[in-house]
Design a protein around this ligand. Sequence first.
Ligand code: ADP
Ligand code: MG
Length: 350
Amino acid sequence: MVKRTVAFICLLAVLSGIAGCAVTEQPASSPQGVVNFTFFDTVSYIYSYAGDTAEEFNTRSAAVSDILMEYHKLFDIYHEYSGINNLCTVNRLAGQDPVEVDSKLIDFLLYAEELYKSTDGEMNITMGAVLKLWHDCRTIAADTPAQASIPAESELLDAAKHIDFSLLEIDKENSTVRLTDPLASIDVGALGKGYATEMAAQYLEAQGISGYVLNIGGNIRLVGTKADGSGFKTGIKDPQDPDNSFAAIVLLKDTSCVTSGNYERFFTVGGKRYHHIIDPDTMQPAEHFSSVTVITKDSGLADALSTALFCMSYEDGLRLLEAFENVEVLWITEDGTQHYTAGFENLIVE
Ligand code: ADP
Ligand code: MG
């Protein structure tokens, strides 16, 4: 496989700790950037190549942060916040009365439902009951490695009875949601970050802004181009050496680049690695690829598709993609073999 050493990495491309992609150059004319550790339990970077003033950058990056923070709170399944009902509230009240939520959460859940259908159920935000079992094992393995274990088959089969999207009632008119099954729960890990990033990018676009890079935990959204109209060199991590090399470097404008990989979040039992993307067909970590990278403008779609394609064979993935336009994909298998869609090759620069 092709390996590229990351010799020119600067602050934009802090490779360790986050999955996926990184823009590989520093803003030349107007190096403006902020780092934030709050959103979605990951590291976020906002960079401007727009040539804007420090004051403009501060205002714009603060607005982006506010949007990300709002979605962070709405999507949080571990904490509730005063004054809002979020997904933690919805999960807590599963099997009870409908929960009134912000219309932004309704729009998100409807989009998630659309994506559940268009990915043949492979990206399923109502899979919380199963994901929780894996999440708990990952936490125990991290805290006390000697006690590391995987969920029992019987537990997984029981949990699998509570992961159907039809268990989630979304009432747009009354702005309420309800999980009809007390054992069902929502987990938006596969989509939330990308969706929130897209909302922030669309805010910037609505202001007529171009030249911003949003890197939200490796989920990259490029708003427009650099001030001179050129694109952003974006590195896709090499799953075999994610901290030091890229599997490919692509030149991108006005689009998103999102990777689902098996190399950042995993635990080990009996020498075998168990990562965090769970195939709804087997309830086990998906084993087709080391990573799947999706390039398409809408960051929410890119996030959903990267997870869904990670759970499908290459052939099934290609078939799924027939229903989508302007989506390019790079699949990397365990032995480093790369497969890509026809248009992907044209984006590769190194
Ligand atoms: P990351 O968020 O690490 O970049 P993904 O976008 O692929 O990677 O999302 C993985 C997260 O999504 C998991 O941590 C889990 O919370 C959730 N998840 C795992 N498998 C699925 C699935 N098949 N459908 C929906 N959500 C999933
Ligand atoms: Mg995803």
